[in-house]
Design a protein around this ligand. Sequence first.
Ligand SMILES: CC(C)(COP(=O)(O)OP(=O)(O)OC[C@H]1O[C@@H](n2cnc3c(N)ncnc32)[C@H](O)[C@@H]1OP(=O)(O)O)[C@@H](O)C(=O)NCCC(=O)NCCS
Length: 193
Amino acid sequence: MKISKKPAEDISHWKKLEGKRTLLRPLERRDLRRSLLWLTDPIINKYLSQNFKDLTEEQEEKWFSYIQDSEADIVFAILEKDSSDHIGNCSLNKIDHRNGKCELGIVIGDKDHWNKGFGSDAVDTLVSFAVKDLEIPTIRLNVYVYNKRAIKVYKKCGFKLIKVLKKDHLYNGKYWDTLIMEYDPRLFQDDPQ
Ligand SMILES: CC(C)(COP(=O)(O)OP(=O)(O)OC[C@H]1O[C@@H](n2cnc3c(N)ncnc32)[C@H](O)[C@@H]1OP(=O)(O)O)[C@@H](O)C(=O)NCCC(=O)NCCS
């Protein structure tokens, strides 16, 4: 059975997703201030597909209202399971039930939590939700070639490189490749890797 985001009752199906080390719950208004600090942090910002450097509270509030009504976007707060601390956000965007595809995004905003397995756990949990609950088999994402940590996470979680956009992204005075990665078990079932 497909779970669409609307009507509101359907949301109860995915109120909280449980991973091994993280819990994912729908993003709430009270999470916005912390999220804004993460998105505008230059160390984080250099990895993100949109430039949020100058994002304002008003713009973020507008975006939050938009996603509440959007049937094509689901945004989760990532909580550390043991402490319930809010350590990041992740999302499924451009959800297209007709063609069974969507895009994935993630930020572990609290840098003290990097390299401790939380990102991989949240991606695994989100992928499982997309594939099993939403019945969306194809999940795609963009990642800059210099984001070695994220590439490692996506590979660990079953994403494969499907395309390289050469010299696609200007950062620090230099053009860098953007990698398009995809999770789709149907495409790779014969792949020994
Ligand atoms: C990318 C991100 C989500 C990963 O989350 P995380 O919790 O730090 O990741 P994990 O701890 O689960 O895994 C990180 C892996 O990368 C490895 N790693 C870290 N730095 C690395 C590097 N420079 N080169 C290669 N691998 C690296 C770690 O060793 C670990 O692999 P392992 O589990 O096999 O040891 C998080 O760091 C983040 O939010 N970064 C900033 C925003 C961002 O890049 N978002 C993604 C945009 S596409």
